[in-house]
Design a protein around this ligand. Structure first.
Ligand SMILES: C[S@@+](CC[C@H](N)C(=O)[O-])C[C@H]1O[C@@H](n2cnc3c(N)ncnc32)[C@H](O)[C@@H]1O
Length: 238
């Protein structure tokens, strides 16, 4: 058995599915700040080609999966939201893209065979996982990858204010939403509650990601900061 063990319950599954199903239509328009540059960086780092076997964790409506499939990769796109997978599949069908299949599942319950994939990618999803699940996932990704395979993580990566970098990221996020007027102020209040109580928004620092990668056995680690809050971490399985 190669799934992540997790404290997910049927109730949290249902809640999250409903939340993300509702966001499927708006996500591409209202996604996080600088999301496009992070997506580009993940794709550049992934550098997949024809026949590369890829798993995209928390694929959303296909911002990574679709370009990867266009480059000839065989993509398994995983997301807990049926609506995200439905939208992704409709886009792939409309484009006549082959080599992409969607799986509706929480990442924490994903079951893949050892050494069956060349590349694991993920963008702006893993900060939603509990820290223990992030760590277990990095270990599982290492297990799923063939020797020479890579794990590429793009995500917001900062802590809760212990470093000057954390504080400057948090301050700049607050400023952006302040300028948006009452709707933005409401986002700040929600953000503060979710971030302080770690309800759904659980980013960790770049250093923590590096520790998870090293502990799982990845080598040749590289880290690229992209926009203020986000970075891409990649490791190779030897
Ligand atoms: C912020 S969106 C990012 C989507 C896409 N990767 C992108 O770069 O635009 C996060 C996605 O992860 C999915 N997600 C969140 N938690 C998940 C989990 N535990 N298992 C599977 N999918 C999850 C959500 O349904 C959503 O589609």
């Amino acid at each position: 058995m190669s799934t992540l063990s997790s404290v997910r319950t049927a109730a949290t599954d249902r809640l999250q599915r409903r939340l993300w199903d509702r966001r499927a239509e708006s996500w591409e328009k209202e996604g996080s700040l600088g999301l496009e540059s992070v997506i580009e960086a993940v794709l550049r780092t992934a550098s997949a080609g024809p026949g590369t076997v890829v798993v995209d964790l928390g694929c959303g409506t296909g911002q990574l999966s679709l370009p990867l499939a266009r480059s000839g990769a065989e993509v398994t796109a995983v997301d807990l939201s049926p609506e995200m997978i439905r939208t992704l599949t409709a886009k792939a069908t409309q484009e006549g893209l082959e080599g992409i299949s969607g799986i509706v599942s929480p990442i924490e319950q994903l079951d893949l065979g050892p050494e069956t994939v060349d590349l694991v990618v993920t963008n702006y999803t893993l900060h939603h996982l509990l820290d223990a699940d992030k760590q277990r996932l990095v270990k599982m990704a290492h297990r799923w990858l063939r020797p020479g395979g890579r794990f590429v993580v793009g995500d917001m990566m900062f802590g809760r204010g212990a470093s000057a970098r954390d504080r400057s990221i948090i301050a700049s996020k607050v400023m952006v939403f302040l300028r948006r007027g009452p709707a933005g102020w409401w986002r700040i209040v929600k953000g503060i509650v979710r971030f302080s109580l770690r309800l759904g928004e659980r980013p960790v620092t770049i250093e923590r990601w590096q520790q998870y990668f090293e502990a799982a056995g990845f080598s040749d680690l590289s880290v690229t900061p992209i926009v203020a809050e986000a970075a891409v971490v990649v490791g190779v399985k030897h």
